[in-house]
Design a binder for this molecule. Structure first.
Ligand code: GLU
Length: 457
């Protein structure tokens, strides 16, 4: 069997790191099994779904290193949902209901006082054709519920009906269909809730594994019944734990906080996001993983814990820094070129500055310092001016290499008696205009003797 997974966001906002976790669990699962990955936009809600959000999600996935094999939109597939609804209606498994939300709430309270489970009592199944016609004449439109297969003789006496599956993340799972209400599949305005379209698409697109957040575990019981009602074998399911903020709140698309787009704008590396999104809340240690194949090797769905995982954005900055500091030039050359960092000095420059960067983009400022001159902000103090001029007189002859800085400063120390900070800081300020930064041993050969001499004041 070919593994086929899908990531199914609703394009109603920006995706955040919790959504990225779902996308990456699917992507890595597909990678591990030589499978396919489908991006499915759950955009049946025409009001709230926006093309711009869908485009943003596609961009965010590309940035994370996810390349869908196929992209589909539910809004283009309504005909299929209508056909499936018709099949269910014809089988007596989709029935019209006319209750208002207030009526449902009143019934729910009554059931609770009678110590009955607060599930829908299927009263609509008792309606005669005349009663339905009367509702319609009043202007009421029906919503449609799926009749869960949780009874033997009569739907009014549901019995414990266990649905089992071996969850690829959580292991063996059981849901009792008698503990839930018949799900509404179609609203009174004719729009579809997510439940049926998702199943229709999973059948139609040959999805073999549905991997999603554990907020869908109960849905899975109903959806497995729907697969069967539509004559299909259910796929395998996997439910991962959700991420929360440090204070335990759920992440929301609407807040924009921790959106993938904002992390990207902050200069966080995509593999830092991927490493944290995948490894947090598992028995694996969270550490920076440089490439997607390496992350696929580390990814073990069954190592995911069952409780929610607290996510601390501060960890991202540290992971990102670690990744940048170990990045080989070959991997960043193109991105550096995009910042104007190219030519025969680019590689040596990268190796000299990477250890000092929080964000890759910060390399651009150091490139300007190397190529154009010291940062004008930082000046050598007047009392150190003479020391800097004296030091320049001890510059070794070229060719220069990684040893030149040590040779030079040894000579300056011997000649002036200065050492430590008093020796290094004026030279750093003269050469870079900054009081901290990359090792000067790496920068000096990039400057060369002539340029170094030109920076003495
Ligand atoms: N659109 C659904 C959601 O975002 C998809 C759930 C699923 O993967 O089945 O919750």
């Amino acid at each position: 069997m070919t593994v086929t997974v899908r990531f199914a966001p609703s394009p109603t906002g920006h995706i955040h790191i919790g959504n990225a976790r779902t996308a990456l669990f699917n992507w890595l699962y597909a990678k591990k099994h030589g499978g396919r990955f489908i991006l499915r936009f759950d955009d049946t809600d025409r009001e709230r779904s926006k093309t711009a959000y869908a485009e943003g999600i596609a961009r965010d996935l590309t940035w994370l290193g996810i390349r869908p094999d196929d992209t589909v939109s539910q809004s283009a597939r309504f005909g299929k949902y209508d056909a499936a609804a018709q099949t269910l209606r014809a089988a007596g498994l989709l029935y019209a209901c006319y209750e208002t939300p207030e009526e449902l709430e009143r019934r729910r309270k009554i059931r609770l006082t009678r110590r009955l489970p607060p599930v829908y009592g299927r009263e609509a199944l008792k309606l005669s054709d005349e009663e339905k016609a009367a509702f319609e004449a009043e202007g009421r439109k029906p919503h449609w519920r799926f009749l869960l297969p949780n009874f033997a003789e009569t739907p009014f006496e549901p019995q414990r009906t266990e649905v089992h599956w071996d969850d690829v993340v959580r292991g063996p799972q059981t849901v009792d269909l008698a503990s839930m209400s018949d799900p509404v599949l179609i609203r009174a305005d004719g729009t579809y809730l997510y439940t049926l379209p998702s199943v229709v698409d999973d059948i139609d697109l040959g999805v073999s594994h549905v991997i999603r957040g554990d907020d869908h575990v109960t849905n899975t019981g109903a959806q497995i019944s729907l697969f069967r009602a539509l004559g299909a074998e259910p796929p395998a399911f996997g439910h991962h734990n959700l991420l929360t903020t440090v204070s335990g709140e759920g992440l929301s698309k609407r807040t924009g906080a921790l959106s993938i787009a904002s992390l990207r704008d902050d200069g966080i590396e995509p593999m830092a996001v991927a490493s944290l999104a995948v490894l947090i809340g598992t028995s694996e240690n969270v550490s920076p993983v440089a490439t997607m194949p390496d992350l696929a090797d580390r990814f073990e769905p069954t190592a995911t814990s069952k409780s929610a995982a607290k996510f601390d954005p501060a960890e991202l900055a540290a992971l990102s820094r670690h990744l940048i500091q170990a990045m080989p030039f070959s991997e960043v050359a193109e991105r550096l070129a995009g910042l104007g960092i190219a030519g025969d000095k680019a590689e040596a420059f990268w190796l000299a500055v990477r250890g000092n960067l929080d964000r890759l983009e910060d390399a651009a400022a150091w490139w300007r310092i190397v190529m154009d001159g010291p940062d004008p902000e930082g000046r050598v103090s007047p009392e150190d001016q003479e020391f800097v001029s004296e030091a320049m007189r001890h510059l070794p002859p070229e060719p220069w290499d990684g040893e030149t800085w040590r040779v030079w400063t040894d000579a300056v120390k011997a000649a002036t008696g200065r050492k430590g900070r008093a020796l290094f800081m004026p030279l750093r300020l003269a050469l870079t205009g900054r009081d901290s930064g990359p090792e000067l041993a790496g920068l000096l050969p990039l400057l060369g003797r002539e340029e170094t001499l030109a920076r003495q004041s």
